[in-house]
Design a protein around this ligand. Structure first.
Ligand code: PLP
Length: 391
């Protein structure tokens, strides 16, 4: 395998002092062995040992923080099993994620319902299955949860800066300072057990200071909660821990230093948890697909893969740059890359520098693609879902 120049692109930024994350990737030899058995459709090859290693590294970097994996990043049961065996808990957004975990024997008490908007039906189901902890970020959601489960333990999702995150989430969720007081007052008035605070710094967050700011804000909210007669017991520092693609990133150890320092004066009776998704699974897998054809349009080169934004390669359309490898070594030229469907949105990249000699039938290899790939894929236009293979 030859590296093409996009893979070597450094994208060195002013903040590259934070580029402290060592290279971790599935050994490419595993991909070659898998391909020897033939190829029928795009696949994700996951090494569950790397998933385990990442879980251990996360815990070592932040000894006080219990990781609860965000199931949506990669819900493959074999991945979940490896994490269960490593003692990792879970956070969910829906009841089918809950069912998946219960089938694998995860106790409901280890599962946190971290979607700030839950339907009444889903709440009833989760409550009946024994889920204890529920997030909220509005007075309406507080009342909804309490009306379904009066003894629910709840945590308030607050707004935090998403500066330096590839997917800023701020705006969609998170209570702003002006609304916090009203929610706390309503919880106290209802006699509800609002007992925690959470935040999400944004996915693929490359700025460790966002966690520090979130933790400092949470401490202030804890003080307000105590002032209203509530008993805070949970700090959930969310997800967002970044993985290696082409941009410089801070290591989990560097993030851990910032987090650990911010936690130093937090009372010992507050349980601290986090919700890593991408961090635990991304490095563990290669995504492999194939070029179905090439074309020249208006003087520009186009290639079409058998997996596009509906087939698992969707995060590129939201600003993520993957490393992309092929078996070709020709000079790099700008290509437009599209998926196999007929939808005009199914364009992955424009002016991506890739070898000029790529042609029909070539394989495309994307390392560190274990998160948010297969989980997003659909059968749109009749194309098959990528297969997940686990080592
Ligand atoms: C998606 C999500 C996560 C995981 O985010 P990553 O960026 O993959 O770490 C954690 N918590 C919540 C509430 C989420 O929605």
């Amino acid at each position: 395998m030859k590296l093409h120049t996009a893979a070597l692109r450094q994208d060195v930024e002013a903040n590259s002092i934070f580029d402290t994350h060592p290279e971790v990737s599935l050994d490419f030899q595993h991909v070659q062995s898998a391909l020897k058995k033939g190829y029928s459709k795009p696949f994700l090859l996951v090494d569950s040992n790397i998933v385990r290693t990442k879980a251990r590294r996360f815990k070592a970097a932040m000894p006080r923080v219990h990781p609860h994996y965000a199931v949506k990043a990669n819900p493959d049961p074999r991945v979940l099993k490896a994490l269960i065996e490593e003692g990792v808990g879970f956070e969910i957004a829906s009841i089918s994620e809950l069912d998946l975990l219960m089938e694998l024997g995860v106790p409901a008490a280890e599962i946190y319902y971290s979607n700030p908007m839950k339907s009444r039906e889903y709440l009833k189901y989760a409550a009946s299955m024994g889920v204890e902890w529920y997030v909220l970020d509005s007075v309406e959601e507080l009342r909804k949860i309490v009306s379904v489960k009066p003894d629910a333990k709840m945590y308030l999702r607050i707004d935090t800066p998403n500066i330096g995150s590839d997917w800023p989430l701020a705006g969609k969720f998170g209570t702003h300072a002006a609304e916090i007081e009203g929610i706390i007052a309503e919880a106290a008035a209802l006699g509800a057990d609002l007992a925690g605070v959470t935040f999400h710094v944004g996915s693929q967050c490359r700025n460790p200071q966002n966690w520090r700011v979130g933790i400092e804000r949470a401490k202030k909210v804890f003080a307000d909660m105590r002032g209203a007669g509530l008993t805070p017991r949970l700090l959930n520092i969310g997800g967002g821990y970044p993985v290696r693609h082409v941009k410089p990133i801070p290591s989990i150890e560097v993030i851990g230093e910032v987090v650990n320092e911010a936690l130093a004066d937090l009372p010992g009776d507050i349980r601290v948890m986090a919700e890593p998704g991408r961090y635990l699974v991304s490095d563990a897998a290669y995504f492999v697909c194939r070029v179905v054809g090439t074309a020249t349009r208006n003087g520009k080169r186009w290639m079409y893969w058998d997996a596009g934004m509906f087939g698992g390669v969707i995060e590129v359309t939201e600003g993520l740059s993957y490393q992309i490898f092929s078996d070709r070594s020709g000079k790099s030229i700008p290509w437009s890359v599209a998926g196999p469907t007929c939808d005009s949105v199914d364009i992955l990249m424009r002016d991506e520098m890739l070898p000029e000699d790529i042609e029909e039938g070539d394989f495309i290899y994307i390392p560190n693609a274990g998160a948010y790939t297969t989980a997003y894929a659909s059968n749109f236009n009749g194309f098959p879902l990528p297969e997940v293979m686990v080592l």
